[in-house]
Design a protein around this ligand. Sequence first.
Ligand SMILES: Nc1ncnc2c1ncn2[C@@H]1O[C@H](COP(=O)(O)OP(=O)(O)OP(=O)(O)O)[C@@H](O)[C@H]1O
Ligand SMILES: [Mg+2]
Length: 449
Amino acid sequence: MQDKCALLVEDNKIESAAITSLFNRAGFRLSAVSDGYAALDIISDNQYDMVISEVNLPSMSGIDLLLKIKEIDATLPVILISGDICVKDAVEAMKNGAYDFLLKPLEAETVECIISGICRTPVFSEQSPMNGKYTIVTKNDEMKRLMNYAEEISNSRASVFIHGESGTGKELFARHIHQFSTRKDKPFIAVNCAALPETLMESELFGYEKGAFTGAIARKKGKFEAADKGTILLDEISEMNYQLQSKLLRVLQEKEIDRVGGTESIPVDVRIIATTNRNIDNLMQEEKFREDLYYRLNTIPLHLPPLRERKDDISLLADYFINKYNKLENKVVKGLTEHAVIELTERPWKGNVRELENVIERAVLMCKGTFIDEKLLSLNGRLLTARPPVYMGQSVAPEVSLRELEKKVIFQTLDKTNGNRTHAADILGISVRTLRNKLNEYRQKMEQQ
Ligand SMILES: Nc1ncnc2c1ncn2[C@@H]1O[C@H](COP(=O)(O)OP(=O)(O)OP(=O)(O)O)[C@@H](O)[C@H]1O
Ligand SMILES: [Mg+2]
């Protein structure tokens, strides 16, 4: 994993040194500048994980800096800090997308909280859900064969195309390939191709020059440049816009990228891994996916089997997740009853391993004894997969509170995305952090009942 690095904008030298030392102790590198213009100059050339800025700066206020940063990179977390409590500033900051507003002097505990919050919030890139730590758990022969194959091809520069239903472990395999390769100490950057509209996706992937379009106030590197010498994961590539597909094909052929509004091509050395859960043959027939791009990407194809075709993995994975959530939630669940194992083995697992993980996570939380029985699993099954009634569009809605309705819509969306919180949050138009908070709230309520 790369070093985490933040940018501090602070004009007071003593405070700047104190904050730098707090972040360094928490394992974050910090570069410091003393005004907003200097910050904007270096943000576009560097991949920071967050920006921390004083509100009252000499030339450009922290709020103005926040607005400008959001134009350059809407996903970059910005934390505003101030020596005085000014409610107006705090409200303004949060309204304009600040990650947090904190009072100085910062304390070590606050810094730890911010860092862990930001590192756990998956947006794009290295801040992905699995962030460095991953284990492929399997005893299935086909999966073992695929893992060996992935290791064998890890050092080739040829593109890999991972096919598989949602939740089968495509991202996990992509990381496995990267970790086994000589590129392992270079960046692994994941981009969800379904997350942004075409124009934004182009500048996200290839970057842009200052003045390329309204609001492009400084040059910004794209994900390809950021992934140079490493690996880029183009997740859900089948959702990529047709025009953008031709630009990607050029990158594959020429091994160089063109920044939006740029005049010179920039050489990049990036290993591409693409994934899809769709049937690409159908998409090519419908002319939604370019055949030439497909053949370029599919140099090394990997097909991950769905969980229902590797039933021998179900109880192994269930035990692995019980262990994981015992540790995370301080529980001491020993395992599954025999009936529970049968129940799990017979399910269709449309959401594959992710769905299994969600079911076990909830069962561990709800388990009052030492073993998970089938009742705990069916309770979870209903919560996760039952389709709530549709109220929208009915002339008279049944009496239901707004909170209840929100909860139902959230579960319905999670159901649609097979439990994928990042996708669900995208659809709901909220951050993954908000979604996680809401789910924790529901879970606490359930536990209290
Ligand atoms: N064999 C496995 N061992 C351990 N965990 C696994 C395994 N397969 C999948 N997982 C876990 O299941 C979840 C889904 O895996 P992953 O994100 O790699 O799936 P995906 O195929 O990319 O899904 P999607 O198509 O929805 O993006 C992750 O939390 C991952 O850690
Ligand atoms: Mg994925």
